[in-house]
Design a protein around this ligand. Structure first.
Ligand SMILES: Nc1ncnc2c1ncn2[C@@H]1O[C@H](COP(=O)(O)OP(=O)(O)OP(=O)(O)O)[C@@H](O)[C@H]1O
Ligand SMILES: [Mg+2]
Length: 475
């Protein structure tokens, strides 16, 4: 390479470098500056003084620092000469406030714009059709959610045009473990363009106790919206395991993770201005706070509510035992859809406070899974477990088939475990282990068929060699 080429090359590099710089400052520019000392954003603390290394300090803090310096007893110039004493070095503080704690700026004169155009909102049946591709059964739940999300979009798109304000419809989703609650919301999240945060109620405690502050659920949404407050104010928050914050019975200690959390959540659910920590789980001196209005945020709460069935049963049997139409005592013992008969009274007996329930006007339940649903879950969804194994073996050019009776046997085994669809994966892993281990050994195998007897442990799978008739493998 000649010297000139080398120079040219350097030039190009320089140009690229400066482009990168410009990009970087552009990105930085979209976020508010935050005072290094008091952690207030520029919008509250006033104009910042920029120091080297991306550090900004508000004028109040700057003034206080100067005052402390001039009034103090220490002669700073002498300190320099004492060994072991280090003077505050600015270059150690590069990026002292992490990006995740910065808030997006609101541009001057920019109109508040909804995330979606009212004409492009996906209709409920389209949302449901998408859900159908992944979630088996649970028709009612899918319908309710599609409509609620559609209405949420509409409310966001129209904002409040006139006096008729469309109120949001927060939801409470109840269903046995492993019936698809979390899965339903996760699938929904993939289809949506509005920011969506999925959080857990288990880690929440009243402010000041070990655990996450209640406002941290909004922080997560803010993070999902790139710290853009306006975007976050139109998002959806899913709070899972909501049954874990039920009022604790028979305790005389302060219930910091139960009833207090429900109470703390009231104002969030209803819609109000809340101070939320940015990029952190609790409010403290080191994190900036910002104000988010939760009026347009849709809340979906979900939980398994174990033992709720017994509460419902008790109420129903009590009712049925009185009067002329007295029913048999165990009439509800084998009712599969007893959860569907839930009322607010039952939920209150479970330990949810009335104010909390009042703010979740839409209550719906998911069904427990039956054998047919298990079989469908095995083979029908877009990313069904069977399809995953078939794909794995297809890479070895081996075809994997399942007899229908084998699928039913797996479903029955899963039902015994009573942990919902989660059991399926564990069962399949178990008996596929041998197959995944043995098949790659032998290049001549072209197809494996899983039979019922293999699942029951009384026989083996049918192995077909390439270009041959099926043969039974030694169990
Ligand atoms: N109706 C369904 N259709 C398809 N797959 C399902 C369905 N229900 C459950 N699954 C599968 O089972 C797994 C577990 O379900 P999920 O996590 O939604 O349970 P959950 O209802 O949230 O239970 P928990 O109350 O214990 O949290 C999912 O990852 C999914 O693969
Ligand atoms: Mg769950």
């Amino acid at each position: 390479m000649s010297e000139r080429d080398q120079n040219n090359e350097n030039e190009i590099e320089k140009v690229n470098d400066s482009e990168v710089e410009v990009e970087k400052t552009k990105k930085e520019d979209e976020y508010e500056k935050i005072c290094f000392i008091c952690h207030r954003p520029e919008s509250t603390a006033g104009k910042m003084i920029d120091l080297p290394n991306n550090i900004s300090v508000c004028s109040d803090c700057m003034q206080k620092s100067f005052d402390a310096m001039t009034n103090g007893q220490i002669d700073y110039s002498k300190l320099m000469n004492i060994p072991g004493v280090q003077i505050f070095n600015m270059s150690d503080l590069e990026n002292a406030v992490p990006k995740q704690q910065k808030i997006k700026k609101r541009k001057e004169g920019e109109e508040k714009k909804p995330l979606l155009d009212i004409n492009n909102i996906p209709a409920p049946h389209k949302i449901k059709a998408k859900l159908d591709e992944y979630v088996v059964g649970q028709e009612y739940a899918k319908k309710v959610m599609s409509v609620a999300v559609y209405n949420h979009y509409k409310r966001v798109a129209t904002d409040t045009m006139d006096d008729i304000e469309i109120e949001k419809s927060n939801m409470l989703m109840i269903g046995p473990t492993g019936s698809g609650k979390t899965y339903l919301v996760k699938t929904l999240a993939r289809l949506l363009d509005v920011p969506l945060a999925i959080t857990d109620a288990t880690s929440l405690t009243e402010a000041g106790y070990i655990g996450d502050d209640i406002e941290s659920v909004v922080s997560k949404l803010l993070a999902a919206a790139d710290n853009d407050v306006e975007k976050a104010e139109q998002g959806i928050i899913f709070i899972d395991e909501i049954d874990k914050i039920a009022k604790k019975k028979n305790t005389n200690q302060r219930d910091v993770s139960g009833e207090s959390v429900q109470q703390g959540m009231l104002k969030l659910l209803e819609g109000s201005e809340v101070e939320v920590p940015v990029g952190a789980n609790s409010k403290n001196a080191m994190v900036p706070l910002t104000t988010v209005n939760t009026r347009n945020i849709l809340f979906i709460c979900g939980g398994a509510f174990p033992d709720l069935e017994n509460i419902i049963k008790e109420r129903l049997t009590k009712q049925a035992a009185i009067g002329f139409n007295a029913d048999l005592k165990d009439k509800y013992d084998h009712d599969k859809n007893i959860l569907g008969k839930v009322t607010t009274e039952d939920l209150r007996n479970f330990g949810m406070i009335p104010e909390f329930l009042g703010r979740l006007p839409i209550v719906f339940t998911l069904q427990g899974l039956d054998e047919d649903m298990y079989v469908k879950i095995l083979k029908e969804p877009k990313n069904a477990i069977l399809k995953q194994y078939q794909k794995l073996l297809a890479l070895d050019e081996v075809k994997l088939e399942f007899d229908d009776s084998a699928l039913r046997a797996i479903a029955r085994k899963a039902m015994e475990k009573d942990t919902g669809a989660r059991a399926l994966r564990a069962i399949i892993e178990e008996f596929m282990l041998d197959i995944m281990y043995e098949i790659p050994k032998d290049d001549s195998i072209g197809q494996v068929t899983i039979t019922e007897s293999y699942i029951q442990g009384t026989g083996g799978p049918i192995i077909t060699l390439r270009g041959q008739e099926p043969a039974l493998l030694e169990g």
